[in-house]
Design a protein around this ligand. Structure first.
Ligand SMILES: Cc1cc2nc3c(=O)[nH]c(=O)nc-3n(C[C@H](O)[C@H](O)[C@H](O)COP(=O)(O)OP(=O)(O)OC[C@H]3O[C@@H](n4cnc5c(N)ncnc54)[C@H](O)[C@@H]3O)c2cc1C
Length: 349
C-alpha cells in the first residue's frame, strides 16, 4: 500500500491534520490505539479569556477565526451538530474581583468577550453574593461525537487501524518511510502525552498535566450555560452537567482517582446548593509544554518525520491553526513561527 501520509494518533491534533490532507487531496492512513484520552474526556470549551486573572489567551482571537469555520465545515460534512455557542458566567468572589472585572473589560483583546455590566441575576442552585461577570462569543465543541463520526468515516474507507503504532517497525529511507507494508512520503506523530514513548520526540519538554472531571445528575437544576467558580459546571442537557477540572502534575495515568473526586465535590459544594448525584468520572493527560506553546515541526535529522503536539489546555482553539501551519511547512516550505516550532528545543546536532 502506498500513501502520502501516515498519522499516528487521532485526537484533536490528528483530526485537524487529517482535515488538511483531505482538503489538499492527499492520501493517508491513521493508527489509533486508544491509549490516551485527553480529547475524549475534554470539556470542549473555547474561551479566549483566562478566568483566573482576566487576561487574554495567547492568540485566541486569531485562532477562533480559523477554528469556528473549521468545526462548521465538519458539521456540514457529517450532518451533525458539534458547535454549541454557550455563555460563560464567572462567579465573582469579592469587591476586588468586581473591580478587576471592570478594569479588564476595557482592555483591547478582552472587550469583545467580556460584558462590563455585572449581573446579579438569581440562578437557582447557585450561590453568588458578588454577582457574575458574563462572557460572550464562547462555546463548546462536542469533541467525543466529532471524533467518533470521523473515526467511523475513516474506518469505512479502510484508512483507520485501531492498533498501537510500534516505533521499532518503522523503516526510514531518504524519500519515504515504510511501516508494516505501508509506504508513505511522511509520517506525522499526533500522540498527545503518548509521545513520551516515541524515540524520535520523547526528549521534547512535554510534561503532561492530568485532568479529571465528574458528571453529575442534578434533577432540580436548569442552567443552560457554563458557570465558573473554582470549578466549572457545564450543561450537557437533561439535567446532566460536567464538573471540572483538576490539575495534577505528577500522576501520569489516565485512571480516575478518589482524591480528584473529593477535590471536585468539595469545590462544587462551595457554590452549588441543589441536590445531585455523581454518575461518571473521567481522566486524561493534557499535552502541556514547559513554555505553554505547541510543539510543531519536522524532525531535525529525519525530514519524513514530523510532530503536531503540545496543544495543552486549549486544543479546541489551537489545533486547526497549527495543523494548517504544519501542512504548509511540509508541502510548501513555509517557515514555521519560532514560538511553535520544535527547533526551539531540538537541534540538528
Ligand atoms: C480534563 C480535561 C479537560 C479539558 N478541557 C478542555 C476544554 O474545555 N477545551 C479545550 O480546548 N481543551 C481542553 N482540554 C485539553 C484538550 O483535551 C487537549 O488540548 C487535546 O485534546 C489534545 O489533543 P491531542 O490530539 O494532541 O492529544 P490526545 O487527545 O491525547 O490524542 C492523542 C491520540 O494518540 C493516540 N496514540 C498515542 N500513542 C499512540 C500510538 N503509539 N499508536 C497509536 N495511537 C496512539 C492516543 O490514543 C490518542 O487518541 C482538556 C483536557 C482534559 C484532560
Amino acid at each position: 500500500m502506498e500513501v502520502d501520509y501516515i498519522i499516528v494518533g487521532f485526537g484533536l491534533a490528528g483530526l485537524a491534520f487529517a482535515r488538511q490532507l483531505e482538503k489538499h487531496n492527499k492520501s493517508y492512513v491513521v493508527f489509533e490505539d486508544a491509549s490516551q484520552t485527553s480529547s475524549g474526556v475534554a470539556g470542549g470549551m473555547y474561551n479566549p479569556v483566562i478566568l483566573k486573572r482576566f487576561t487574554p489567551v495567547w492568540e485566541a482571537t486569531k485562532q477562533l477565526e480559523t477554528a469556528i469555520p473549521f468545526y462548521k465545515k465538519l458539521e456540514l460534512q457529517f450532518n451533525e451538530k458539534y458547535d454549541y455557542p454557550l455563555k460563560i458566567s464567572r462567579i465573582l468572589h469579592s469587591v476586588e474581583e468586581q473591580n478587576n472585572w471592570f478594569a479588564a473589560c476595557d482592555k483591547p483583546n478582552l472587550s469583545q468577550y467580556m460584558i462590563p455590566k455585572i449581573s446579579f441575576e438569581e440562578i437557582k442552585g447557585i450561590k453568588a453574593d458578588f454577582g457574575f461577570g458574563n462572557l460572550r462569543h464562547t462555546g463548546r465543541i462536542d469533541i467525543k461525537k466529532m471524533l467518533s463520526s470521523y473515526r467511523s468515516f475513516l474506518k469505512e474507507k479502510k484508512q483507520l487501524s485501531e492498533e498501537k503504532f510500534e516505533y521499532k517497525n518503522l523503516e526510514l529511507n531518504k524519500s519515504h518511510i515504510t511501516y508494516k507494508g505501508i509506504t508513505a512520503r511522511k509520517i506525522i506523530f499526533c500522540e498527545g502525552f503518548g509521545v513520551k514513548q516515541n524515540p524520535f520526540f520523547k526528549e521534547l519538554p512535554l510534561n503532561g498535566t492530568k485532568g479529571e472531571l465528574i458528571t453529575i445528575y442534578a434533577p432540580q437544576t436548569d442552567i443552560s450555560y457554563l458557570v465558573k467558580s473554582s470549578v466549572f459546571i457545564l450543561p450537557l442537557g437533561n439535567h446532566y452537567y460536567k464538573v471540572g477540572a483538576t490539575f495534577h502534575w505528577t500522576d501520569k495515568s489516565n485512571t480516575p482517582t478518589e482524591e480528584a473526586k473529593k477535590h471536585l465535590v468539595d469545590k462544587l459544594n462551595t457554590f452549588f446548593i441543589d441536590p445531585y448525584e455523581i454518575v461518571e468520572q473521567s481522566a486524561g493527560i493534557r499535552p502541556t509544554v514547559k513554555d505553554r506553546r505547541p510543539l510543531v515541526g519536522i524532525h531535525p535529522k529525519y525530514n519524513n518525520i514530523a510532530i503536531l503536539n503540545g496543544l495543552g489546555t486549549r486544543g479546541i482553539m489551537i489545533a486547526p491553526t497549527v495543523a494548517k501551519e504544519l501542512y504548509q511547512h511540509i508541502e510548501n516550505k513555509i517557515p514555521l513561527r519560532k514560538e511553535i516550532c520544535i527547533s526551539r528545543y531540538l537541534s540538528k546536532n
